[in-house]
Structure formats: C-alpha cells, structure tokens
Design a protein around this ligand. Structure first.
Ligand code: FE
Length: 227
C-alpha cells in the first residue's frame, strides 16, 4: 500500500472557528466540504485533542473561512501550529460574530460558511462534525488556497494532528544544506529561500539574519537543525 496516493486527493485550506462561553478559538483544517444541498449542509473533520474540538462540542456551532492564496505562512502557522490553550489566536485577527455567536475571521478570507452542528461521527483520532448552513457570504474576489498550493508553492508543513499527516523520510542529498524547524517540521531550503520574509533565493541558512523566524510557527533560528 502506498499512502502517498492519499496526497493526490485535492483539498482546500480553511480556518475553522468556534467559541465556548466567552472564549474564542480557531484552527486550520483542510477538510471542509458540502455534503448535502437541501438543507445546505457542510462537514469538517477536527482532531479530538484540539481546543477547537472542545469549543465546537460545547457551542454546537462553527464557522469556516475559506482562505485566499495570499494568506501568509505566519498567519496559517499561528492558527495551524499554535494551540489556543497557550495563546489567544484571535487577538490580532479581524473577525465578526455570526448569528450563532461564533467568530468569523475576515483576514485573508474570500468567503465564509457558518453552521450549526446537527450530527457528528467519531472516526479514530477525529470527529466529523456535520453542520447545517446558517450563514454564508462572499468577502472578496481571489483564488482560494488549495492544500497542494500551501504545501508545494508556499512550502507549508502539516502538523501531526491533521488527518492528512504522513510521516516523511527526509531526502538527504543537496548541494546547499537544508535546515529543519524542530518545532513544526518546516524545512528551510536555500534554493527558494524565504522571499515572503525578505530572504532571497540562494541564501544559505547561516547567512539569514538572526532575527528571522520560522515562517510557519515563529520559532527562532536556533530551533533549526541541519537536515
Ligand atoms: Fe516552525
């Protein structure tokens, strides 16, 4: 069995938000899909360990912001690699409250869907929440971020808690040495560099300024190890 076949499935990239009492939280998910048309119903798979899972279980509602291709890795990293148990992820985000009172994040979002949970299915590490659509709006024009674009073009990584996580054996050979973030698994590759954060293509790791941080999770340069 070649699990890499799973990689050929196509997905988007979404910011899933919910609330518990006065607390708000959100996380990245690649699995949001419409499952019925009348009434319009969507589903999302959320890891049972995640704080957002606890919030959706409590409020029985969630929103999904459809992320744009121009969403920076730092934004995706904040929601995808940090836990709401340690940081207030919505502190600097622009959001409004939907009819169900869940936060709907506007930043880097093309549109949003808001749903109230009508059913759920436990699947191994994850719960599939099924939600009836109670709100939806288009915010602006643009290209939606696909999971493929995130991984291949933006060179983003996947946390171990994602349904699509596949353990990778890192390739060793390269003329210019690659460095891996020990926090999130992001690989710094000198060939493309990190132009989004001012590091030109062809910059060896040693030549990156010391205040540069992991574009995905924000870890410092000292948290990187040679691959
Ligand atoms: Fe990182």
């Amino acid at each position: 069995m070649n699990r890499k076949a799973l990689r050929t499935c196509t997905y988007g990239l979404y910011l899933i938000t919910s609330r518990k009492g006065e607390r708000l939280n959100g996380q990245i998910a690649n699995t949001v899909f419409q499952v019925a048309s009348d009434p319009a119903t969507i589903a999302v798979a959320i890891n049972r360990q995640n704080l957002t899972h606890e919030f959706i279980s409590d409020s029985r509602a969630f929103a999904a912001s459809i992320l744009s291709q121009d969403a920076p890795l730092s934004f995706i990293g904040l929601f995808g690699f940090q836990s709401g148990r340690n940081v207030d992820k919505l502190k600097d985000a622009r959001y409004e409250l939907g009819g169900t009172k869940v936060p709907i994040v506007i930043d880097y979002s093309l549109s949003y869907l808001e749903a109230k949970v009508v059913d759920q299915l436990e699947v191994g590490t994850h719960t599939i929440f099924v939600g009836e659509l109670v709100g939806a709006e288009i915010l602006r024009e643009g290209e939606p971020m696909t999971y493929h674009y995130y991984r291949e073009i933006k060179r983003g990584t996947t946390p171990k808690t994602a349904p699509s996580y596949i353990e990778e054996k890192k390739e060793a050979k390269s003329e210019m040495e690659k460095y891996e973030c020990t926090v999130c698994g992001y690989i710094y590759d000198p060939e493309p560099g990190d132009p989004e954060n001012g590091v030109k293509p062809g910059t060896p790791f040693q030549a990156i300024p010391d205040d540069w941080v992991c574009p995905v999770c924000g870890a410092g340069k000292d948290q990187f190890e040679k691959v």
